[in-house]
Write a protein that binds this ligand. Structure first.
Ligand code: ARG
Length: 458
C-alpha cells in the first residue's frame, strides 16, 4: 500500500499509527497558524512577483489562506494528526479548497525554513506583548513608589534588619529588575526579527527568489545570512526563554518578600482578598496563593531553558527533527511568564501598605546604629572605633529592652563624651533616610524624584 501523505511518493507502506502519534506536532504547533498563514501569503506573493507563479494562482492561494484563517478562527477547522503539523494541515486544506494552485505554494520552500519563520514571527509578537505588560508593571511600581516615598521600613541584609529605607525605594529596586528584563527582551527581539524564508530545506533554492520582498511583507528587519544556520538556529528561542527565566527569578524574589511581609509577624502589607484563598480546615487563613504560585512557576521557566539548551547541545547542522521539541518549552515559558507578569501588574497597585508596622520594625531593629557611628566620625572619632562604641551602645539597649532613640542623653554620653543632644536627629529613622540624599539613595526626596522621572519607562 502506498502512502497518502504529502511526502508519500517514495514510500511503499503507510506510517504506523504509533509513529504517527509519536511524531505529530499539530497538537501543539497549531497555535502557530496565524504566523504560518502570514508566512505563506508573503511567500506566494513573492513567487508571483518573480514570475514563478501566475498572478491567478497567487490570488487563489491568498484568498484560500484567508478563508482557512476564518475557519480556524471560528473553530470550524479540523486539525488532523495524520497530517502531522500545522504546515501540512493548512497546505492540505488549501489544496482541498482551491485545487492545483494550492499544490504550487510549497515551491522554493521547505518546512524547515517555514517553521523557523513561524517561530520567529510568533516570538516577535510574544515579546511585544510581554514588553507592553512589563511597561504596565513598571508603571505600577513607579506609582506605588511615589505613594510610599515617605514610608519607612527596615532594609535587610542577611534578612536581618540593617538600615532604614523607604518603601518607595524598595519598589524602585524591583522596578530596576523589570527595566533590565525589558531591555533583554528587546535585545533578543533584534536577533529574532530576521527572515529565514529562502533557506528552504538547508541549501537554498534554485528559483529566482526575492528574499528582501518576503522580509519586507512580514515586517522582518533583514534576511538571514546563511541557509544552513537558518534552519538549524534556535538561539533566538533560547535567548527569549533565558530572558523569561531571569524575569521569573525576579518575580520569585518579590514573591518571597511579599509572602513574608504579608505574615502577621511582619504585617508590612496586606494582599487584597481577591488575590488570596482560604483554607478548607483553618477558618482564619488567608493564603498568599498568587505570590506562592509565581514563586513555584519560576521553576518551570528555568526548566524550559534547560530543555532548550540540552535540545541544541551537540546537534549537527543543519535541521534535525529534534528541533520539533523546541515548541513546548518555548510556549510554556511564554505562557507562564506572560501570566505572572499580568497578575503582578494587577496586584502591585492593589497592595495595601501598613505604614506604622513598617516603621515600628525599622525602629526595633536598631537600624540607625550605623548613623550613630557616622555621627561619632563627624565628631572626630575613627570609624573603626566608632563601630566598636556603637556596638557597646546596642548591647546596652538590648539589655535594657529599648531602642537607640529612647536612650537618655546621659547614658549615651557614658559611651562617648562627644555625644550631644543633636544625636537624636540621627537616631531617628526619619533622619537616617533623609540623610541618604544622593543619586540612588533612599531619601524620600530622591525616591520621589526618581519616581517622577518617567523617562526610563519606554
Ligand atoms: N514539525 C517540524 C518542527 O517543528 C516542522 C519541520 C519539519 N521538517 C521536516 N523535515 N520534517 O520542526
Amino acid at each position: 500500500m502506498s502512502n497518502a501523505k504529502l511526502w508519500g511518493g517514495r514510500f511503499s507502506e503507510s506510517t504506523s499509527e504509533a509513529v504517527e502519534a509519536f511524531s505529530e506536532s499539530v497538537s501543539f504547533d497549531a497555535r502557530l497558524w496565524k504566523h504560518d498563514i502570514a508566512g505563506s501569503k508573503a511567500h506566494a506573493r513573492m513567487l508571483g512577483r518573480v514570475g514563478v507563479l501566475p498572478a491567478a494562482d497567487v490570488e487563489a492561494i491568498c484568498a484560500g489562506l484567508d478563508a482557512i484563517a476564518g475557519d480556524i478562527e471560528a473553530g470550524r477547522f479540523e486539525w488532523r494528526t495524520a497530517l502531522e503539523d500545522v504546515h501540512m494541515n493548512i497546505e492540505q486544506a488549501l489544496t482541498d479548497r482551491i485545487g492545483e494552485a494550492g499544490k504550487r505554494l510549497h515551491t522554493g520552500r521547505s518546512r524547515n525554513d517555514q517553521i523557523a519563520t513561524d517561530i520567529r514571527l510568533y516570538l516577535r509578537d510574544a515579546i511585544d506583548d510581554l514588553v507592553a505588560d512589563l511597561n504596565r508593571l513598571s508603571e505600577a511600581l513607579r506609582a506605588l513608589a511615589e505613594r510610599e516615598a515617605d514610608t519607612i521600613m527596615p532594609g535587610f541584609t542577611h534578612l536581618q534588619v540593617a538600615q532604614p529605607v523607604t518603601f518607595g525605594h524598595h519598589m524602585l529596586a524591583w522596578r530596576e529588575q523589570i527595566l533590565r528584563d525589558r531591555d533583554r527582551l528587546l535585545d533578543a527581539r533584534r536577533r529574532t526579527n530576521v527572515c529565514p524564508l529562502g533557506a528552504a530545506a538547508l541549501a537554498g533554492t534554485v528559483y529566482p527568489i526575492d528574499r528582501a520582498y518576503v522580509a519586507e511583507q512580514l515586517g522582518f528587519d533583514s534576511v538571514t545570512a546563511n541557509s544552513l544556520d537558518t534552519v538549524s538556529d534556535r538561539d533566538f528561542a533560547i535567548e527569549f526563554v533565558s530572558a523569561c527565566s531571569l524575569l521569573m527569578v525576579h518575580l520569585s524574589r518579590w514573591s518571597e518578600e511579599l509572602i513574608l511581609w504579608n505574615t502577621p509577624m511582619f504585617g508590612f502589607v496586606q494582599l487584597p482578598d481577591r488575590f488570596c484563598t482560604g483554607s478548607s480546615i483553618m477558618p482564619q487563613k488567608k493564603n498568599p496563593d498568587v505570590p506562592e504560585l509565581v514563586r513555584g512557576k519560576s521553576a518551570r521557566t528555568t526548566g524550559d531553558l534547560m530543555s532548550l539548551l540540552m535540545l541544541m547541545k551537540a546537534q549537527p547542522l543543519a535541521y534535525n527533527r529534534d528541533n520539533q521539541e523546541d515548541k513546548e518549552p518555548l510556549f510554556d515559558a511564554h505562557d507562564t511568564t506572560a501570566a505572572c507578569v499580568a497578575l503582578y501588574a494587577e496586584l502591585i497597585p492593589a497592595l495595601s501598605v501598613n505604614r506604622s508596622a513598617c516603621r515600628e520594625a525599622a525602629i526595633q531593629g536598631f537600624s540607625t546604629a550605623t548613623d550613630l557611628a557616622d555621627y561619632l566620625v563627624r565628631k572626630g572619632m575613627a570609624f573603626r572605633d566608632a563601630h566598636h562604641v556603637v556596638g557597646n551602645v546596642v548591647a546596652h539597649a538590648v539589655q535594657q529592652g529599648t531602642d537607640l532613640a529612647s536612650l537618655p542623653l546621659d547614658t549615651l554620653k557614658g559611651f562617648s563624651a562627644t555625644i550631644e543632644s543633636d544625636v537624636f536627629e540621627v537616631l531617628s529613622v526619619e533622619g537616617s533616610v533623609a540623610a541618604r540624599d544622593h543619586v540612588g539613595g533612599t531619601a524620600p526626596a530622591r525616591v520621589r524624584a526618581a519616581a517622577k522621572d518617567a523617562s526610563r519607562e519606554s
